[in-house]
Design a protein around this ligand. Structure first.
Ligand SMILES: Nc1ncnc2c1ncn2[C@@H]1O[C@H](COP(=O)(O)OP(=O)(O)O)[C@@H](O)[C@H]1O
Ligand SMILES: [Mg+2]
Length: 396
């Protein structure tokens, strides 16, 4: 009986033929060649090269917007450094502080790379931060390790009250005869302002800025990545152009470009296309945008969620005062703290920046100006993504 299974598999087989090496577009993949980053690469290599003579390299601070190649460049250079290290004294690891989640988990991840003695292992919880830092230092010193630590999204370590970063940048004698060099990475250009000047002076011994890619650069990056990932002739030039234009529209974001191309390839495959055409890119773009919105929604703090739920009660849009009234009712109902109207206005402005809410200033004639608030996400998505919170809060 034909229940469509064969048709699905036939399509899948046709689609499968488009990719030659799917992993070449996966988020973890680091290409061996990173065009338009030659100067950053050689700068970092020059600084870290000191480690090959057994001396401690300066700490480095890399910053620039997302998708400008910071992570890929840092990991590539460090990987090559390790390949060249005949002494095998250099130990390198990569930890993303945002993904690790907490200061303790960041330290836990760092410790995983080190040879800690049985009784000095770090448990998943329970030790003080300074005890963990102490054990990390002790292991580096005892084993004379030349430690190169890539600390990605380092800004997530800065807000904490503890002084991990301060201690790390001043490890010095405590880890001798080993050493600890930090390659810090931040996606936030204002990160430096938040940093303790003592930490900045040692962390930012060498600073490198990664500018956004131009659309032309994205085009050439994509063409190269597509060549590795897809079979010849599967990705027309028009697809690359559209993909580069979409990813370059806000700021030249190579992550967005590579994601778009990968997802478009998957769409093409699923739908049995013979090539990754522009329609696939458009579909991929919609999916990326949906994912971005859902991720932003999910990670909102509770108060922001309550505010957006309150605003969503006015599908046609309304003024700040109305939203505030609805918000305070919901907040009281859910026994959350009721914030002031001023604070709620501030949060609405943040939600506007995230593209979740539109807060447009409108004139009320002689009575001055007010803001017109409109939620940009449909209620169905809201319910699906934060409906669970709303249910818990009895807000739905
Ligand atoms: N110059 C480049 N050539 C090829 N791929 C690149 C280049 N720069 C970035 N990429 C790719 O773009 C994506 C995002 O880069 P990433 O290094 O994670 O950016 P950042 O850390 O600055 O946010 C990754 O998939 C990476 O491999
Ligand atoms: Mg990164």
């Amino acid at each position: 009986m034909d229940d469509g299974i064969d048709a699905i598999f036939t399509k899948a087989k046709q689609g499968r033929a488009l990719f030659q090496d799917r992993s070449a577009l996966s988020p973890e993949f680091i290409p061996d060649h990173l065009p338009f980053r030659e100067s950053q690469i050689s700068n970092i290599a020059q600084v870290l090269g000191t480690a090959l003579h057994g001396s401690k390299p300066s700490n480095l601070l890399l910053y620039g917007k997302t998708g400008t190649g910071k992570t890929a460049v840092a990991r590539l250079v460090v990987r090559k450094l390790q390949n060249q290290d005949d002494s095998k004294q250099i130990l390198a690891t990569y930890v993303n502080s945002r993904i690790a989640g907490t200061e303790y988990r960041t330290l836990f991840k760092i410790a995983e790379a080190l040879p800690l003695e049985e009784d000095k292992r770090i448990p998943l919880t329970g030790l003080s931060i300074s005890e963990v830092v102490g054990r990390i230092f002790e292991s580096i010193a005892k084993n004379g390790i030349h430690f190169v630590l890539i600390l990605d999204e380092i800004d997530y370590l800065v807000n904490s009250e503890h002084e991990t970063l301060y201690q790390f940048t001043r490890a010095g004698e405590q880890v001798a005869p080993g050493f600890l060099t930090i390659v810090g990475i931040s996606n936030d250009l204002r990160f430096k302002e938040a940093l303790d000047p003592r930490v900045l002076s040692s962390l930012g011994e060498e600073e490198l800025v990664f500018p956004p890619y131009t659309t032309e650069e994205l085009r050439s990056i994509l063409a190269e990545r597509a060549k590795a990932a897809f079979k010849p002739g599967v990705v027309p030039e028009s697809t690359i152009n559209l993909c580069a234009a979409l990813a370059g529209s806000e700021h030249g974001d190579a992550r967005r470009a590579v994601d778009l191309l990968r997802i478009a390839g998957e769409v093409a495959e699923r739908e049995g296309h013979q090539s990754v055409d522009e329609e696939c890119i458009r579909k991929a773009s919609q999916k990326v945008e949906r994912d971005r919105v859902e991720e932003a929604l999910q990670s909102l703090p509770l108060q922001n969620k309550i505010i957006i739920i309150a605003a969503s009660k006015f599908p046609g849009g309304t003024n700040t005062g109305e939203v505030y009234l609805a918000y305070s009712n919901l907040a009281r109902k859910s026994s959350a703290e009721v914030l002031t109207q001023r604070r709620v206005s501030g949060i609405l402005a943040e939600l506007d920046v995230l593209g979740l809410v539109e807060a447009a200033v409108v004139s009320k004639g002689r009575r001055g100006r007010t803001k017109r608030i409109k939620v940009l996400i449909d209620n169905e998505t809201l319910a699906r993504v934060i409906g669970e919170d709303a249910g818990l809060l009895d807000l739905a």
